[in-house]
Design a protein around this ligand. Structure first.
Ligand SMILES: [Zn+2]
Length: 161
């Protein structure tokens, strides 16, 4: 068994009209956009780093640098798929995933199952192997001031049979 953790943060930009942010591969409607070179999906970025970390394969920035125009606006599902393909090549598959999103708004409760389902599909595991938690920052720090969104991810990798 191998264990990995990941963290990611992006700047939130308020919008006049309702836009959407990508979380776990799901578009969540809200009055914010995420400042990012890719689609800015903090959950999938943290999770990709967790998978890479479990296998001591470096980090997402090493494999997909901001400086590469090919990564502009890129779907973050691609990053996770790459990490999982590397894991498979080395004989490992996802056992379970636990993620926490740090965000003041919008509330994620009504989107939680859709996000978990999306992550489970990307990771090739059952829904009950994917946990998603959402926390506010009680008005403190960049998350509390609605200037940032953050995500933590932990993953257990198990040997492929
Ligand atoms: Zn990111």
């Amino acid at each position: 068994m191998r264990i990995g953790i990941g963290f990611d943060t992006h700047r939130l930009i308020p919008t006049i009209r309702k836009e959407a942010i990508a979380l776990g591969g799901v578009k969540i409607p809200c009055f914010y956009q995420i400042e990012s070179h890719s689609d800015g999906d903090v959950v999938l970025h943290a999770l990709t780093d967790a998978v890479l970390g479990a296998l001591a394969l470096g980090d997402i920035g090493q494999w997909f640098p901001d400086s590469d125009p090919g990564n502009a606006g890129r779907s973050s599902g691609d990053f996770l798929s790459f990490a999982l393909a590397e894991a498979k090549r080395l004989g490992w598959a996802v056992g379970n995933i636990d993620c926490t999103v740090h965000l003041e708004e919008p509330k994620l409760a009504s989107h939680s199952d859709a996000i978990r389902t999306s992550i489970a599909q990307l990771a090739g595991v059952e829904l009950q192997c994917v946990s998603l938690k959402a926390k506010t920052a009680e008005g403190l720090g960049p998350v509390g001031e609605r200037k940032a969104i953050e995500a933590d991810a932990a993953v257990v990798m198990i040997p492929l049979r």
